[in-house]
Design a protein around this ligand. Sequence first.
Ligand SMILES: *Cc1c(COP(=O)(O)O)cnc(C)c1O
Length: 958
Amino acid sequence: MLMSALKPLGELENAAEFQARHIGPDAADEAAMLSVIGAASRRALIEAIVPASIKRSQGMQLPGVATEAQALAELKAVAAKNKVLKSYIGQGYYDTLTPGVILRNILENPAWYTAYTPYQAEISQGRMEALVNFQTMVTDLTGMAIANSSMLDEATAAAEAMTLAARVGKSKSTVIFVADDVLPQTLEVLRTRAKPLGFSVQVGAAAEAGQSECFAALVQYPGVSGEVRGLQALADAVHAQGGLLIVAADLLALTLLKAPGEQGADIAVGTTQRFGMPMCNGGPHAAYMACKDEYKRNLPGRLVGVSVDVHGNPAYRLALQTREQHIRREKATSNICTAQVLPAVVASMYAVYHGPQGLKRIAQRVASYTAILAQALGERVANGSAFDTLEIKTGAATEATLAKAVAAGMNFRRTSAQSVSVSLDETTTRADLAAILAVFGLSADLAAFEKGVATLIPAELQRTSAYLTHPVFNRYHSETEMLRYLRALADKDLALDRSMIPLGSCTMKLNATSEMIPITWPEFAGVHPFAPHDQLQGYAQLNEQLTGWLCQATGYAGISLQPNAGSQGEYAGLLAIKAWHESRGDAHRKICLIPESAHGTNPASAQMVGMQVVVTKCDKEGNIDLADLKAKCEQHAANLAAIMITYPSTYGVFDTHVKEICAMVKSHGGRVYVDGANMNALVGVAAPGEFGGDVSHLNLHKTFCIPHGGGGPGVGPVCVVADLVPYLPAHRSAGYQSETAIGAVSAAPLGNAAVLPISWMYVRMMAAEGLTAATEVAILSANYVAARLADAYDIHFSGNIAGVKGGGVAHECILDIRPLKDATGVGAEDVAKRLIDYGFHAPTLSFPVAGTLMVEPTESESKAELDRFCDAMLAIRAEIAQVADGVWTREDNPLVNAPHTAESLLKADWTHGYSREVAAYPVATLRRQKYWVPVGRVDNVYGDRNLVCSCPPMTAYE
Ligand SMILES: *Cc1c(COP(=O)(O)O)cnc(C)c1O
């Protein structure tokens, strides 16, 4: 009978369908996994593992579940509240034409956006080539010796340049001079960052740079109101004072302007936004920093360098890692971890696509249109020189002019009570010029377009030197060539679109396509961060809803989405704690307790806010050593500012004493910072704001589905309890003021605003029940991996829970390779590289414990994929046994020689003590699907000794 086939409507209308798309294992998988672990049910497992003392008092109050289509429709309505006007605001953000081939094949392509930071060099050659192109583009255009890839935004790049100058310069001065035509948001962030370090910021006319003592001077080139000033005299004056000259420069302008490096600049910073990344309400965009060669070992951020692999072929890898926070901790040069890799790749490819001639043509058009506009405006123009920006005297008509522009669909920038400015960009057309002039009751001299006009760039500042001469910027100008270049690079890399990436502490989960779709909607991507507030109502609502939901998830009272990476959230959170102490007359409270297991960004951030780091011990289970903590709390009681803990700990265990730890620190006058990078083990189950945290940052690019982008963008919201809400960051340049707030920590008020829709979609589609299920399955999956591997490997830290095979871990587990290394010479790095032959990205290597691998499977991986990974790990363990048994020698075995390239396997003279088949196809499934690694093991030491950070000559490949 047909009737009996009818299903209840509820089942047909499954609104919760997305939950099952996001979560890998289904009910049958779950049952099978539970039986391997030895747990009766998922509930029972969670009850056994998560301490009862920290359980949430009540569920999360979130909107009911929405399907993908429903959530997209709802978000579209939010987006529609933003008004997309033609922007002439400038001030560091310009409209740009993202080439379609780059939009679709990079920005919207999971092969690029789901990749991880390129720590495993061999499987990251494609994105590192793109980053070396980025570094080459920046060094060429700025005329500096070396550039990194990348910085979080122009303002924080300027702040990092300030600390770099203080570190490497010889001046004893604590003054940084800042020209008064630097971008206002840059000045604002600089003030925030200078204060805790004891630097004073002195603002004056650019021409006054170097007229009094300073350790550094920062000037904008061209200035925010358009003036183009020569730098050599400023550099000479600043150098005579013993200081360094920092130049914030616009890369498009530099195609026509004499480079900062040719005029004595010591450090150059800036944004690459207008190279193809939409304005995005302020981010994400890649900023850059470049400097003289002598400062390279102090350069913050990531640096990609050229090295060689074991076969002597050129290969890329991250260079000078020893500068970074992971190694140097509180002595690090910066706390930057996640940067802006995806936007950096976009910007580099914009330069590859247009080439030097194309970029110059774009810049010349912008400069010529600006000159034509100036001609028509005549006496009203205030600047004597310009590239793309004119300051226009409006007298008493300023507000009326701005209003008239808005009525005509345009935003000008208000520069003073008596003036506005207009900044042109590559999208500006003749019709646009006519519309701008119409606001002033003028019309353009059409004949000028045909005759051509001289630009307003001073003759002595015209660029004569060549740039982007390397073949990579000159051979991919047809779309066919470009498309294939992008595909060829992506094919070299392992990203989430090929296999699981079991990186502990990094939560490489699904970045669903529906979550990604809204980020390029013009209503989100096309707005300027300093547009009038009434044009940004969609973002205001997005901010309000998302922070409200995240408050539910964390148990905190207030959240700011401004920090654009976890490290920046740490910085903002510690500043809030510091401001609170100061408000109570306790400015002397500067001691920050940090367990030895902490992520390197924690001590680096504490140092940046002027706190003094005191390291506390962990016991052999990975928990905080209570006796040591007590002793240090007592010893430092008078000066205790805070403790920074990670929960569950970086060792992947739920410390049952966490409440006592929080109480102990509070009873000695300190506040508790809970690093929220491990929130994927907590959402819906326990809330740090409830169990004792005062402040946390979240990594929306871990727990809340923003993809890693190959190392950024990220979002690191700072979350606080009620009495710290007044200290969340303000943003005066964007009109968000408050008496008590700490200053701005990012260039834009909502930081990396345009990727926030990703987390919004995730929460909206999962709802409370789905988010809680995700947490539980993440814990289940980690315990399944631990259970399957427990007989083969030492699980380094576990809860030692009776009846749970593997002992019980949180959402990740640490495999200790050290005993195997002692016995066979095969270490964690060899296992990591051998996994490449099996088609996997390695787990986190040697963090938080050297010689270990930390595996975090996440909830998104199916049981089949978890099994494929466990099978690989077990097969590798059997290979290690062959070395132990003497079948293979310590010096020649498939582990120490991994990874194996096709070329090395096809050599006529195969001399190894194992077969080619063992090298390439250690498990049968690889015969059907195989990732071929493009290079052999990369030599890190060689690369650091022979530092090359720009495109190698083509002969290197011959
Ligand atoms: C990832 C991580 C951070 C830093 O976050 P970024 O976004 O990379 O700056 C801090 N702490 C822990 C424990 C992390 O895993």
